[in-house]
Design a protein around this ligand. Structure first.
Ligand code: HEM
Length: 429
Protein backbone atom coordinates (compact mmCIF):
# COMPACT_ATOMS: atom_id res chain seq x y z
CA UNK A 1 0.00 0.00 0.00
CA UNK A 2 1.22 3.55 -0.72
CA UNK A 3 2.11 5.63 2.30
CA UNK A 4 0.76 9.18 2.33
CA UNK A 5 4.16 10.82 2.49
CA UNK A 6 5.25 8.95 -0.64
CA UNK A 7 2.29 10.37 -2.64
CA UNK A 8 -0.86 8.49 -3.62
CA UNK A 9 -2.30 6.59 -6.52
CA UNK A 10 -3.22 9.21 -9.18
CA UNK A 11 -6.12 7.03 -10.31
CA UNK A 12 -7.64 7.04 -6.88
CA UNK A 13 -9.19 10.53 -6.86
CA UNK A 14 -11.53 9.27 -4.18
CA UNK A 15 -8.77 9.79 -1.63
CA UNK A 16 -7.96 13.38 -2.76
CA UNK A 17 -9.90 15.40 -0.19
CA UNK A 18 -9.67 18.58 -2.30
CA UNK A 19 -11.13 16.91 -5.43
CA UNK A 20 -14.70 18.02 -6.09
CA UNK A 21 -15.30 15.73 -9.07
CA UNK A 22 -17.01 13.10 -6.89
CA UNK A 23 -19.83 15.60 -6.15
CA UNK A 24 -21.38 16.20 -2.75
CA UNK A 25 -23.43 12.98 -2.94
CA UNK A 26 -20.20 11.05 -3.46
CA UNK A 27 -18.73 12.15 -0.12
CA UNK A 28 -20.32 9.43 2.08
CA UNK A 29 -19.41 6.80 -0.56
CA UNK A 30 -15.82 8.08 -0.49
CA UNK A 31 -15.62 7.38 3.24
CA UNK A 32 -17.29 3.96 2.88
CA UNK A 33 -14.78 2.99 0.24
CA UNK A 34 -11.87 4.18 2.38
CA UNK A 35 -13.18 2.13 5.31
CA UNK A 36 -13.53 -0.94 3.10
CA UNK A 37 -10.09 -0.61 1.56
CA UNK A 38 -8.02 0.73 4.46
CA UNK A 39 -9.98 0.27 7.70
CA UNK A 40 -10.02 2.94 10.38
CA UNK A 41 -7.14 5.07 9.09
CA UNK A 42 -6.88 5.91 5.38
CA UNK A 43 -4.15 7.51 3.26
CA UNK A 44 -5.38 10.74 1.64
CA UNK A 45 -4.02 13.81 -0.11
CA UNK A 46 -5.01 17.24 1.18
CA UNK A 47 -3.48 19.10 -1.82
CA UNK A 48 -1.60 17.79 -4.84
CA UNK A 49 1.49 15.97 -3.55
CA UNK A 50 0.64 16.48 0.14
CA UNK A 51 -0.24 13.22 1.83
CA UNK A 52 -1.83 12.72 5.24
CA UNK A 53 -3.81 10.11 7.16
CA UNK A 54 -7.56 10.49 7.59
CA UNK A 55 -8.73 8.97 10.88
CA UNK A 56 -12.21 7.62 10.12
CA UNK A 57 -12.73 5.10 12.95
CA UNK A 58 -14.65 6.42 15.98
CA UNK A 59 -12.45 4.76 18.67
CA UNK A 60 -9.27 5.58 16.75
CA UNK A 61 -10.33 9.22 16.52
CA UNK A 62 -10.97 9.27 20.27
CA UNK A 63 -7.47 7.92 20.83
CA UNK A 64 -5.85 10.51 18.56
CA UNK A 65 -7.68 13.42 20.22
CA UNK A 66 -7.12 12.19 23.79
CA UNK A 67 -3.51 10.99 23.65
CA UNK A 68 -1.33 14.09 23.61
CA UNK A 69 1.86 12.09 24.16
CA UNK A 70 1.60 10.39 20.78
CA UNK A 71 -0.40 13.00 18.86
CA UNK A 72 0.61 16.65 19.08
CA UNK A 73 -1.40 19.66 17.90
CA UNK A 74 1.74 21.61 16.96
CA UNK A 75 2.07 21.93 13.15
CA UNK A 76 5.79 22.70 13.45
CA UNK A 77 6.21 18.93 13.87
CA UNK A 78 4.76 18.20 10.41
CA UNK A 79 7.43 16.27 8.49
CA UNK A 80 6.44 17.60 5.04
CA UNK A 81 6.75 21.16 6.32
CA UNK A 82 10.11 20.46 7.96
CA UNK A 83 11.34 18.88 4.74
CA UNK A 84 10.37 22.03 2.80
CA UNK A 85 7.77 20.19 0.71
CA UNK A 86 4.83 22.50 1.48
CA UNK A 87 4.76 25.65 -0.71
CA UNK A 88 4.29 28.83 1.35
CA UNK A 89 1.23 29.68 -0.76
CA UNK A 90 -0.33 26.21 -0.46
CA UNK A 91 -4.10 26.52 0.04
CA UNK A 92 -3.86 24.30 3.11
CA UNK A 93 -1.49 26.65 4.95
CA UNK A 94 -4.04 29.09 6.44
CA UNK A 95 -5.66 26.20 8.32
CA UNK A 96 -2.49 24.40 9.42
CA UNK A 97 -0.10 27.30 10.03
CA UNK A 98 1.25 27.57 13.59
CA UNK A 99 0.01 30.45 15.71
CA UNK A 100 0.86 30.88 19.40
CA UNK A 101 -2.72 30.13 20.53
CA UNK A 102 -4.54 27.36 22.35
CA UNK A 103 -5.43 25.40 19.23
CA UNK A 104 -1.75 24.72 18.50
CA UNK A 105 -0.52 24.09 22.06
CA UNK A 106 -0.09 20.80 23.93
CA UNK A 107 -0.02 19.90 27.65
CA UNK A 108 0.47 22.54 30.31
CA UNK A 109 0.76 25.42 27.85
CA UNK A 110 -2.60 24.41 26.37
CA UNK A 111 -4.27 24.04 29.79
CA UNK A 112 -3.20 27.53 30.90
CA UNK A 113 -4.48 29.25 27.76
CA UNK A 114 -7.61 27.12 27.51
CA UNK A 115 -8.52 27.97 31.13
CA UNK A 116 -8.72 31.66 30.14
CA UNK A 117 -10.63 31.08 26.89
CA UNK A 118 -13.08 28.62 28.47
CA UNK A 119 -13.69 30.94 31.45
CA UNK A 120 -14.34 33.89 29.12
CA UNK A 121 -16.81 31.84 27.05
CA UNK A 122 -18.51 30.60 30.24
CA UNK A 123 -19.30 34.19 31.14
CA UNK A 124 -21.58 34.56 28.13
CA UNK A 125 -25.10 35.18 29.38
CA UNK A 126 -27.42 32.88 27.41
CA UNK A 127 -30.46 35.19 27.71
CA UNK A 128 -28.53 38.23 26.53
CA UNK A 129 -26.92 36.26 23.72
CA UNK A 130 -30.31 35.00 22.51
CA UNK A 131 -31.67 38.57 22.47
CA UNK A 132 -28.61 39.77 20.58
CA UNK A 133 -28.82 36.98 17.99
CA UNK A 134 -32.56 37.39 17.54
CA UNK A 135 -32.21 41.15 17.06
CA UNK A 136 -29.45 40.65 14.47
CA UNK A 137 -31.42 37.88 12.70
CA UNK A 138 -34.58 40.00 12.54
CA UNK A 139 -32.60 42.93 11.16
CA UNK A 140 -30.99 40.77 8.45
CA UNK A 141 -34.31 39.20 7.46
CA UNK A 142 -35.98 42.63 7.55
CA UNK A 143 -33.39 43.76 5.00
CA UNK A 144 -34.53 41.26 2.35
CA UNK A 145 -38.06 40.25 3.43
CA UNK A 146 -39.96 42.60 1.12
CA UNK A 147 -38.14 41.19 -1.95
CA UNK A 148 -39.78 37.79 -1.51
CA UNK A 149 -36.47 36.08 -2.34
CA UNK A 150 -33.02 35.86 -0.81
CA UNK A 151 -29.82 33.88 -0.61
CA UNK A 152 -29.82 32.45 2.91
CA UNK A 153 -26.09 31.70 2.81
CA UNK A 154 -24.63 35.03 1.67
CA UNK A 155 -27.45 37.15 3.10
CA UNK A 156 -27.93 35.35 6.42
CA UNK A 157 -25.88 32.30 7.49
CA UNK A 158 -22.56 33.99 6.68
CA UNK A 159 -23.45 37.36 8.15
CA UNK A 160 -25.16 36.41 11.39
CA UNK A 161 -22.33 34.53 13.19
CA UNK A 162 -19.86 37.13 12.02
CA UNK A 163 -21.91 39.97 13.50
CA UNK A 164 -22.56 38.08 16.71
CA UNK A 165 -18.97 36.97 17.29
CA UNK A 166 -17.69 40.49 16.54
CA UNK A 167 -20.16 41.74 19.15
CA UNK A 168 -19.01 39.11 21.66
CA UNK A 169 -15.42 40.26 21.18
CA UNK A 170 -16.59 43.86 21.62
CA UNK A 171 -15.65 45.01 18.09
CA UNK A 172 -17.84 47.67 16.49
CA UNK A 173 -19.24 47.12 13.01
CA UNK A 174 -16.73 49.23 11.06
CA UNK A 175 -13.75 47.63 12.81
CA UNK A 176 -15.34 44.23 12.32
CA UNK A 177 -15.68 44.79 8.57
CA UNK A 178 -12.05 45.81 8.34
CA UNK A 179 -11.05 42.72 10.27
CA UNK A 180 -13.05 40.53 7.90
CA UNK A 181 -11.28 42.06 4.87
CA UNK A 182 -7.88 41.53 6.53
CA UNK A 183 -8.78 37.94 7.40
CA UNK A 184 -9.92 37.22 3.84
CA UNK A 185 -6.56 38.56 2.62
CA UNK A 186 -4.69 36.35 5.08
CA UNK A 187 -6.63 33.23 4.10
CA UNK A 188 -6.07 33.82 0.34
CA UNK A 189 -2.44 32.77 0.91
CA UNK A 190 -1.04 35.00 -1.88
CA UNK A 191 1.46 37.88 -2.20
CA UNK A 192 -0.79 40.22 -0.19
CA UNK A 193 -1.23 37.81 2.72
CA UNK A 194 1.63 39.05 4.88
CA UNK A 195 0.35 42.64 4.75
CA UNK A 196 -3.22 41.44 5.46
CA UNK A 197 -2.01 39.44 8.41
CA UNK A 198 -0.13 42.50 9.80
CA UNK A 199 -3.29 44.59 9.39
CA UNK A 200 -5.34 41.99 11.24
CA UNK A 201 -2.84 42.06 14.13
CA UNK A 202 -2.92 45.89 14.21
CA UNK A 203 -6.70 46.00 14.41
CA UNK A 204 -6.85 43.44 17.21
CA UNK A 205 -3.99 45.03 19.15
CA UNK A 206 -5.60 48.48 19.04
CA UNK A 207 -8.77 46.92 20.47
CA UNK A 208 -6.83 45.10 23.20
CA UNK A 209 -5.00 48.26 24.24
CA UNK A 210 -8.34 50.04 24.48
CA UNK A 211 -9.88 47.27 26.60
CA UNK A 212 -6.89 47.19 28.96
CA UNK A 213 -7.74 50.82 29.73
CA UNK A 214 -11.52 50.57 29.53
CA UNK A 215 -12.80 47.04 30.23
CA UNK A 216 -16.31 46.28 28.92
CA UNK A 217 -18.75 43.35 29.02
CA UNK A 218 -17.04 41.41 26.23
CA UNK A 219 -14.78 38.41 25.61
CA UNK A 220 -11.71 40.57 25.04
CA UNK A 221 -12.02 42.14 28.49
CA UNK A 222 -12.79 38.72 30.02
CA UNK A 223 -9.59 37.28 28.49
CA UNK A 224 -7.52 40.21 29.74
CA UNK A 225 -8.95 39.94 33.27
CA UNK A 226 -8.37 36.19 33.65
CA UNK A 227 -5.93 35.13 36.43
CA UNK A 228 -3.84 33.21 33.86
CA UNK A 229 -2.49 36.73 33.08
CA UNK A 230 -2.20 36.33 29.30
CA UNK A 231 -0.01 38.93 27.61
CA UNK A 232 -1.55 41.28 25.01
CA UNK A 233 0.15 39.23 22.31
CA UNK A 234 -1.38 35.99 23.68
CA UNK A 235 -4.85 37.56 23.88
CA UNK A 236 -4.47 38.69 20.27
CA UNK A 237 -3.72 35.20 18.91
CA UNK A 238 -6.49 33.60 20.97
CA UNK A 239 -8.99 36.20 19.77
CA UNK A 240 -7.99 35.32 16.21
CA UNK A 241 -8.65 31.63 16.92
CA UNK A 242 -12.05 32.39 18.50
CA UNK A 243 -12.92 34.50 15.48
CA UNK A 244 -11.80 31.95 12.87
CA UNK A 245 -12.98 28.81 14.72
CA UNK A 246 -16.41 30.26 15.39
CA UNK A 247 -17.40 31.75 12.06
CA UNK A 248 -17.34 29.26 9.22
CA UNK A 249 -18.39 26.42 11.52
CA UNK A 250 -21.50 28.22 12.74
CA UNK A 251 -22.28 29.43 9.22
CA UNK A 252 -22.15 25.84 7.95
CA UNK A 253 -24.29 24.55 10.83
CA UNK A 254 -27.01 27.18 10.15
CA UNK A 255 -26.87 26.72 6.35
CA UNK A 256 -26.97 22.91 6.45
CA UNK A 257 -29.89 22.87 8.89
CA UNK A 258 -31.85 25.28 6.69
CA UNK A 259 -31.00 23.26 3.59
CA UNK A 260 -32.26 20.04 5.14
CA UNK A 261 -35.41 21.72 6.41
CA UNK A 262 -36.03 22.91 2.84
CA UNK A 263 -35.03 19.76 0.97
CA UNK A 264 -36.02 16.86 3.21
CA UNK A 265 -39.83 16.75 3.65
CA UNK A 266 -39.64 14.10 6.41
CA UNK A 267 -37.17 16.16 8.38
CA UNK A 268 -39.27 19.30 7.90
CA UNK A 269 -42.56 17.70 8.88
CA UNK A 270 -40.97 16.03 11.94
CA UNK A 271 -39.79 19.44 13.14
CA UNK A 272 -43.06 21.19 12.23
CA UNK A 273 -45.14 18.54 14.01
CA UNK A 274 -42.85 18.65 17.05
CA UNK A 275 -41.77 14.98 16.71
CA UNK A 276 -38.24 16.33 16.43
CA UNK A 277 -37.27 19.42 18.47
CA UNK A 278 -35.08 21.96 16.73
CA UNK A 279 -32.28 20.87 19.09
CA UNK A 280 -32.69 17.24 17.99
CA UNK A 281 -32.67 18.41 14.39
CA UNK A 282 -29.43 20.29 15.07
CA UNK A 283 -27.93 17.13 16.55
CA UNK A 284 -28.90 15.17 13.49
CA UNK A 285 -27.03 17.68 11.35
CA UNK A 286 -23.99 17.31 13.62
CA UNK A 287 -24.08 13.53 13.17
CA UNK A 288 -24.56 13.44 9.41
CA UNK A 289 -23.16 16.77 8.16
CA UNK A 290 -20.72 18.10 10.77
CA UNK A 291 -19.77 21.73 9.96
CA UNK A 292 -16.11 20.70 9.72
CA UNK A 293 -15.99 17.28 8.07
CA UNK A 294 -12.24 16.87 8.42
CA UNK A 295 -10.40 18.82 11.08
CA UNK A 296 -6.68 19.53 10.68
CA UNK A 297 -4.75 18.13 12.45
CA UNK A 298 -2.55 16.14 14.77
CA UNK A 299 1.09 15.14 14.20
CA UNK A 300 2.55 11.82 15.35
CA UNK A 301 5.30 12.43 17.90
CA UNK A 302 6.94 9.02 17.16
CA UNK A 303 6.69 6.10 14.75
CA UNK A 304 3.60 4.13 15.78
CA UNK A 305 0.76 1.93 14.56
CA UNK A 306 -2.84 3.18 14.41
CA UNK A 307 -5.76 1.27 12.92
CA UNK A 308 -3.25 -1.16 11.40
CA UNK A 309 -1.32 1.60 9.55
CA UNK A 310 2.32 2.43 10.16
CA UNK A 311 2.49 6.11 10.96
CA UNK A 312 5.85 7.88 10.85
CA UNK A 313 6.90 10.54 13.36
CA UNK A 314 5.73 13.90 11.99
CA UNK A 315 2.99 12.47 9.73
CA UNK A 316 -0.16 14.56 9.65
CA UNK A 317 -3.38 12.94 10.90
CA UNK A 318 -6.59 14.69 9.89
CA UNK A 319 -9.59 14.14 12.19
CA UNK A 320 -12.24 12.57 9.94
CA UNK A 321 -15.17 13.82 12.03
CA UNK A 322 -17.91 13.07 9.48
CA UNK A 323 -16.57 9.63 8.62
CA UNK A 324 -16.00 8.67 12.27
CA UNK A 325 -19.62 9.67 13.02
CA UNK A 326 -20.68 7.14 10.36
CA UNK A 327 -18.51 4.34 11.78
CA UNK A 328 -20.79 1.27 11.77
CA UNK A 329 -19.27 0.31 15.12
CA UNK A 330 -21.09 3.23 16.82
CA UNK A 331 -24.22 3.72 14.75
CA UNK A 332 -27.37 1.63 15.08
CA UNK A 333 -28.03 -0.64 12.08
CA UNK A 334 -30.41 1.82 10.37
CA UNK A 335 -27.70 4.49 10.54
CA UNK A 336 -29.95 6.89 12.49
CA UNK A 337 -28.64 7.82 15.94
CA UNK A 338 -31.08 7.60 18.84
CA UNK A 339 -32.61 11.00 19.71
CA UNK A 340 -30.58 12.67 22.45
CA UNK A 341 -27.41 10.74 21.60
CA UNK A 342 -24.64 13.35 21.44
CA UNK A 343 -21.67 11.03 21.14
CA UNK A 344 -20.94 12.42 17.69
CA UNK A 345 -17.56 13.98 17.13
CA UNK A 346 -18.64 17.21 15.42
CA UNK A 347 -17.08 19.24 18.24
CA UNK A 348 -13.98 17.04 18.45
CA UNK A 349 -13.02 15.26 21.67
CA UNK A 350 -10.32 15.30 24.35
CA UNK A 351 -8.56 18.38 25.71
CA UNK A 352 -9.13 20.44 22.53
CA UNK A 353 -12.85 19.70 22.24
CA UNK A 354 -14.69 22.86 21.19
CA UNK A 355 -15.16 25.04 24.29
CA UNK A 356 -17.97 27.04 22.63
CA UNK A 357 -20.59 24.34 22.13
CA UNK A 358 -23.31 26.10 24.15
CA UNK A 359 -23.03 29.54 22.53
CA UNK A 360 -22.61 27.95 19.07
CA UNK A 361 -25.81 25.93 19.58
CA UNK A 362 -27.68 28.94 20.90
CA UNK A 363 -26.64 31.08 17.92
CA UNK A 364 -27.60 28.33 15.45
CA UNK A 365 -30.92 27.45 17.12
CA UNK A 366 -31.95 31.13 17.32
CA UNK A 367 -30.92 31.69 13.69
CA UNK A 368 -33.01 28.73 12.48
CA UNK A 369 -35.99 29.53 14.74
CA UNK A 370 -36.10 33.14 13.56
CA UNK A 371 -36.19 32.14 9.89
CA UNK A 372 -38.97 29.62 10.55
CA UNK A 373 -40.99 32.19 12.51
CA UNK A 374 -40.65 35.12 10.09
CA UNK A 375 -40.67 33.23 6.76
CA UNK A 376 -43.01 30.26 7.33
CA UNK A 377 -43.63 29.42 3.66
CA UNK A 378 -39.99 29.41 2.65
CA UNK A 379 -39.04 27.21 -0.32
CA UNK A 380 -35.95 26.54 -2.39
CA UNK A 381 -35.78 28.74 -5.52
CA UNK A 382 -33.67 26.30 -7.58
CA UNK A 383 -33.75 22.50 -7.93
CA UNK A 384 -31.68 20.93 -5.15
CA UNK A 385 -29.05 19.44 -7.55
CA UNK A 386 -28.30 22.97 -8.79
CA UNK A 387 -27.11 24.16 -5.37
CA UNK A 388 -23.46 25.22 -5.52
CA UNK A 389 -20.81 24.10 -3.07
CA UNK A 390 -17.45 25.41 -1.93
CA UNK A 391 -15.07 22.50 -1.62
CA UNK A 392 -12.07 22.42 0.69
CA UNK A 393 -10.23 19.38 2.07
CA UNK A 394 -11.84 20.22 5.40
CA UNK A 395 -15.49 20.58 4.38
CA UNK A 396 -18.09 21.00 1.68
CA UNK A 397 -20.01 24.19 2.42
CA UNK A 398 -22.97 25.63 0.51
CA UNK A 399 -21.95 28.58 -1.67
CA UNK A 400 -25.56 29.77 -1.74
CA UNK A 401 -29.08 28.82 -0.71
CA UNK A 402 -31.51 30.71 -2.98
CA UNK A 403 -35.02 30.77 -1.53
CA UNK A 404 -38.36 32.42 -2.19
CA UNK A 405 -41.23 33.18 0.13
CA UNK A 406 -44.31 35.35 0.38
CA UNK A 407 -43.11 38.84 1.13
CA UNK A 408 -44.77 40.06 4.33
CA UNK A 409 -47.22 42.91 3.67
CA UNK A 410 -45.31 45.05 6.14
CA UNK A 411 -41.76 44.97 7.45
CA UNK A 412 -41.40 42.29 10.18
CA UNK A 413 -41.53 44.10 13.52
CA UNK A 414 -38.42 43.48 15.59
CA UNK A 415 -39.30 41.58 18.76
CA UNK A 416 -35.83 41.74 20.23
CA UNK A 417 -33.38 44.48 21.03
CA UNK A 418 -29.87 43.71 22.25
CA UNK A 419 -29.37 44.31 25.96
CA UNK A 420 -27.72 47.54 27.11
CA UNK A 421 -24.54 45.94 28.44
CA UNK A 422 -23.53 43.18 26.00
CA UNK A 423 -23.81 39.43 26.44
CA UNK A 424 -20.73 38.77 28.62
CA UNK A 425 -21.33 38.88 32.40
CA UNK A 426 -18.96 40.84 34.64
CA UNK A 427 -16.45 38.74 36.59
CA UNK A 428 -17.51 37.91 40.13
CA UNK A 429 -15.20 39.64 42.63
C1 HEM B 1 -19.36 30.59 18.68
C2 HEM B 1 -18.86 29.67 17.88
C3 HEM B 1 -17.55 28.93 18.16
C4 HEM B 1 -16.41 29.35 18.81
C5 HEM B 1 -16.16 30.71 19.47
C6 HEM B 1 -15.47 28.24 18.80
C7 HEM B 1 -14.22 28.25 19.39
C8 HEM B 1 -13.33 27.20 19.41
C9 HEM B 1 -12.01 27.23 19.98
C10 HEM B 1 -11.40 28.45 20.70
C11 HEM B 1 -11.44 26.01 19.79
C12 HEM B 1 -10.04 25.57 20.24
C13 HEM B 1 -10.11 24.75 21.53
C14 HEM B 1 -8.78 24.22 21.99
O1 HEM B 1 -7.87 24.07 21.17
O2 HEM B 1 -8.66 23.91 23.20
C15 HEM B 1 -12.40 25.20 19.10
C16 HEM B 1 -12.20 23.89 18.76
C17 HEM B 1 -13.07 23.19 18.01
N1 HEM B 1 -14.31 23.62 17.53
FE1 HEM B 1 -15.23 25.34 17.95
N2 HEM B 1 -16.04 27.18 18.14
C18 HEM B 1 -17.30 27.57 17.74
C19 HEM B 1 -18.19 26.85 17.03
C20 HEM B 1 -17.95 25.58 16.61
C21 HEM B 1 -18.91 24.79 15.87
C22 HEM B 1 -20.30 25.24 15.42
C23 HEM B 1 -18.29 23.60 15.62
C24 HEM B 1 -18.85 22.42 14.92
C25 HEM B 1 -20.01 21.90 15.23
C26 HEM B 1 -16.97 23.62 16.22
C27 HEM B 1 -16.07 22.58 16.17
C28 HEM B 1 -14.84 22.60 16.79
C29 HEM B 1 -13.94 21.46 16.78
C30 HEM B 1 -14.13 20.15 16.04
C31 HEM B 1 -12.84 21.82 17.56
C32 HEM B 1 -11.73 20.88 18.03
C33 HEM B 1 -10.50 20.91 17.35
C34 HEM B 1 -9.51 19.87 17.80
O3 HEM B 1 -9.77 18.89 18.50
O4 HEM B 1 -8.40 20.08 17.40
N3 HEM B 1 -16.81 24.84 16.81
N4 HEM B 1 -13.55 25.94 18.87
Amino acid sequence: MTTPTAGTDPNAAYNALYDASIGVDGVPRRYERMRREHGAVAPVTIAPGLGAWLVIGHPELLRVTRDEQDFSHDPRRWNLLREGRVPADSPVMPMVMYRPALLYFDGQQHRRTRSAVAAALARIDGHELRRTVRAAAERLIGGFATAGEADLVTGYAQRLPLEVIMGLLGLDEATGQELVRALAGTVRADAGSAAASRRMAEILMAHIVDRRRHPQHDLTSALLEHPAALSDEEVLHNMAVIFVAGNQTTTNWIATTLRILLCDPDFRSSVTAGRLSVDDALDRVLWHFPPTQNFPARYATRDLTLGGQHIRAGDMLVLGLAAANADPRVLPEDGVPVIGNRSHLAFGAGPHQCPAQDPARLITRTAVDTVRRLLPDLELAVPEPDLEWVVAPWSWGLAGLPVRFTAPTRHPEPTAVPGPTGPVRPRRP
